[in-house]
Ligand binder design. Structure first.
Ligand SMILES: [Zn+2]
Length: 124
């Protein structure tokens, strides 16, 4: 059964919620609340981000782990990941190269991603 970990923004407790299916997790999104204080202000905790090794091998990450890097919101880390995973193929693409550079400079991933998809739509 998939479990989802949250931290309550009100009382600060760690919460684990279980759902039979991912669809149930998504359906429950609106009514999710802290079992301790009833607050609906919960922040999803990403477990897979804890790495044992000091060097991260992004090329061996699962897509879930990559997503967790994105969700974690560390721009520099996202930039490194794109650089390593994308390798030469991704970096031949000027827009991708620019995005990776901006992320490594600490720009917000959401902003960079938005610009990147805007550039994508502009392509013929
Ligand atoms: Zn709470």
């Amino acid at each position: 059964m998939p479990s989802y970990e949250f931290r309550c923004n009100t009382c600060g407790r760690a919460i684990t919620l279980f759902y039979k299916r991912v669809a149930d997790y998504e359906a429950a999104q609106a009514e999710r609340a802290c079992p301790h204080c009833g607050s609906a202000s919960l922040t999803r905790q990403i477990r897979r981000v804890a790495f044992a090794k000091p060097t991260k091998d992004y090329t061996r990450m699962s897509s879930g782990e990559m997503l967790s890097v994105f969700e974690n919101g560390d721009s520099r880390e996202v930039g490194r990941m794109i650089h390593e995973v994308g390798g030469d193929a991704a970096l031949n693409d000027a827009a991708m190269q620019d995005a990776a550079k901006r992320l490594m400079n600490g720009e917000a991933p959401a902003k960079v991603e938005r610009d990147l998809s805007a550039a994508d739509t502009a392509k013929p």
